[in-house]
Design a protein around this ligand. Structure first.
Ligand code: PMP
Ligand code: GLN
Length: 382
């Protein structure tokens, strides 16, 4: 007799990124769905990784990460955000932001703890909370600009609230939090034991002269916060799955208790290479203008069409409203757009449990100019 198996995540199926990328490949469609650059990482960085491998950095790295890289990251943060992170105690190099997020949640969330998050939300937060027995408390971002209604946050904070997850620049909407947002958050959590997880993977992709409001800029908030980041987004190598988590010493100690048993340490030669590569700020500070050009090219390409939009303020995603084109559900329209018109995108209703569908699709513009032009030629005719 087979033992009955009770799934811990009965409502979870294959992620929309896998589904849409697979469909795009099958249909030979232009893939603007899953977020990854359609061009190569800098050859100089690839050469540094090759050199590190040839020089023999091929065994386990230290558990928290290579000291030189931890130092480079902390220097970057401290210079950019006027923070005070210590490379000895406050940082761990991770297998991408996904592992960092999972590890933070595993280390901090216990049964029945409530975690406030904003929907549409990046898809890896909620399952991680549920796996720990925690309770996701979702708050819908307010249309049309996907802003946070802080009065609703105040209402939803309870004695069980253990954590609030924020993500700026925001995937999938491309909006960014302002200094005022962060100050309100600071006020709301002061005199509570609430922790913050600030997912800042798109920190270097921010447009129109806006400044990234990292949690690291706000000492009172930083004292209760984990920040997660991804080298994949910044250096065009999402397939390397490298990132990091920073937090004050006491929080990082708890993080590392989990980290040491879920990966112990991460890719060593890439850490050697990144430590050198990060020391040139041009390698990340040039990213905003690089991607702003791509956003503008994409939006110019559909100008005058029936698609409606608010230009993304950050990330490499643009939401387009199709309410003037069809009444279909976003999941159905995204599928039909891929099969019939050969452009793949991401429907955003899948990023919230209630499947709220504001009739918008997410397009990734981290692609070569010719790819973006081909896609907009098709989209503007709809
Ligand atoms: N957070 C957000 C908001 C993301 O968009 C992504 C990936 N696109 C991640 C986390 C995960 O990053 P990584 O690929 O480094 O695991
Ligand atoms: N973060 C990427 C996106 O938003 C995808 C990552 C993944 O495939 N899990 O598209």
């Amino acid at each position: 007799m087979q033992t009955p198996f009770q799934s811990k995540l009965p409502e979870v199926s294959t992620t929309i990124f896998t589904v849409m990328s697979q469909l795009a490949n099958e249909q030979n469609a232009i893939n603007l769905s899953q977020g990854f650059p359609g061009f190569e990482s800098d050859q100089a960085l690839i050469d540094l990784v090759t050199k590190a491998m040839k020089e023999g950095h091929n065994q386990y790295a230290p558990m928290a990460g290579l000291y030189a890289l931890r130092e480079s990251v902390c220097n970057k943060l401290n210079v950019l955000y006027n923070s005070n992170y210590n490379p000895e105690t406050d940082i761990t190099i991770t297998a991408g932001a996904t592992q960092a997020i999972f590890t933070v949640i595993s280390a901090c969330i216990s049964k029945d703890d409530e975690v406030i998050l904003f929907t549409p939300a990046y898809d890896c937060y909620e399952p991680a909370i549920v796996l720990q027995g925690g309770k996701p408390i979702t708050i819908s971002l307010k249309l049309p600009d996907f802003s946070i209604d802080w009065s609703e946050v105040k209402e939803k904070i309870s004695s069980k609230t253990r954590m609030i997850i924020i993500n700026s620049p925001h995937n999938p909407s491309g909006t960014v939090l302002s200094k005022e947002d962060l100050l309100i958050l600071q006020e709301l959590v002061s005199n509570t034991g609430i922790l913050i997880l600030s997912d800042e993977v798109y920190e270097h992709i921010i447009f129109d002269g806006l400044k990234h409001q990292s949690i690291a800029r706000f000492p009172e908030l930083a004292a209760r916060s984990f920040i997660t980041a991804s080298f994949g987004k910044t250096f065009h190598n999402t397939g390397w799955k490298m990132g990091y988590c920073v937090a004050p010493k006491a929080l990082m100690k708890e993080f590392q208790k989990v980290h040491q048993f879920n990966v112990f340490c991460v890719n060593h030669p890439i850490q050697v290479a990144m430590a050198t590569y990060l020391d040139n700020p041009e390698n990340y500070l040039s990213l905003s203008s690089f991607y702003q050009q791509k956003r503008d090219l994409f939006l110019d390409g559909i100008k005058g069409s029936r698609w409606e939009f608010i230009p993304a303020s950050g990330t490499y995603f643009q939401l387009l409203s199709y309410k003037n084109i069809t009444v279909e559900k976003d999941v159905d329209f995204a599928r039909r757009l891929t099969v019939e018109h050969k452009v793949a995108s991401i429907p955003i209703s899948v990023f919230n449990k209630k499947n709220e569908d504001p009739k918008m699709l997410r397009f990734c513009f981290a692609k070569k100019e010719e790819t973006l032009k081909q896609a907009t030629e098709i989209l503007k005719k709809l």
